[in-house]
Design a protein around this ligand. Sequence first.
Ligand code: ATP
Length: 295
Amino acid sequence: VGAEVVVVGSANVDLVLPVQRIPRPGETVLATGLTRGPGGKGANQAVASARAGASTAFVAALGDDDGGALLRAALAEAGVDLSLLQISQAPTGTAIITVDGAGENAITVAPSANATLRLTPAARSAVAGAKIVLSQLEIGFGTVQAAAEASAYFILNAAPAAELTDELLGQVDLLVVNETEAEAVAGTKLSALLDRVPAAVVTLGAEGALILTRDAAEVRVPAVPVEVVDTTAAGDTFCGVLAATLAATSTTASDLTNAVRRATVAASLSVQTAGAIPSVPHGESIDARCAEVYL
Ligand code: ATP
C-alpha cells in the first residue's frame, strides 16, 4: 500500500436521534428526528488524516450491507485508501447517539463487524511500512496490540476510556486522551501518564491541549476560541490531523508542538460545523486558519 499514515480502527453507521431529554433507565421517549451517517472513531480519524494531506490507508472491518456501502462512499470521497478493508460476516458496526436540546449525548455502540477485525498479513505489512500508525479502542485489544507491535511510531487514542495493560502501553509512542480517558489510564494526576508512555497529549475541550513528554517541558496549547455548533468528531479530527502532520514532519518535541497546534486549529473548525465526517476540515482551510491564528 505504501501509505504514510495507517489507521487501524472502527467504522460505524451513526444513527443520531435528537430528543428533548435523554431517557432514564426504563423510560421511552420520542425522538424529534433521525439521521443516518458514516462515523466511528477509526473512519473519522482516517478521513481527517486524508483531508489534512497525508496518504492514508484504513484497516477496518465492514459488513456486506448498506452501512458498509455508506462508509465506503464517504471514505473514498475523502481519498482514503480502501484496499485493506475487510468484509465481515457480521453487520457493519452501529452507534445509537441520543442528543438532547443542550447538546448532551448518550451513545451506545454495537461493534458487530469491528469486533471481527484482524491484522492480516497485508495489513501488517502496511502498518510496518507506515510512518505513523493510529488506533483507538472501538476494536478488539488483540488487534490494537498487534498493530502496535508492528508499528514504527504508534499513536493510541485511548477512547472510549479503558484501563490498559503495560504490555500495550509499552508499545505506544504517543498517547492521545481527553481528561476522562487520561484518568482511566493513570489516575487524576496527568503527569502520571509519563510513568506509562513516553509522550502524551491530553485534550481539554475548550481549554485546548497539554503536551507531556519525558524529555521536554510540559507545553500547553490553547484552544482557538469559536462559536460551538456541534463538538461531534472534534477529538477524532484532532487525532487524524495530528497523525497526518507528524507524518509530514517528524516526531521530535518541537514538531510535536507544531502538529498539536495544527490539530487544535483543525478541531476548532470541526466544532463550527454539524455532524461527524461532514465537519472534518480539509488541509487548505486548516492551513489558512493556522496562518490567521499563529501569525
Ligand atoms: P469529542 O468526544 O467531542 O470528539 P473529546 O472529548 O475526544 O471530543 P475534547 O478535548 O473535548 O476531546 O476536544 C478535542 C479538541 O477539540 C480540543 O483539544 C480542542 O482543540 C477542540 N475543541 C473542543 N471543544 C472546543 C471548543 N468549545 N472550542 C474550541 N475548540 C474546541
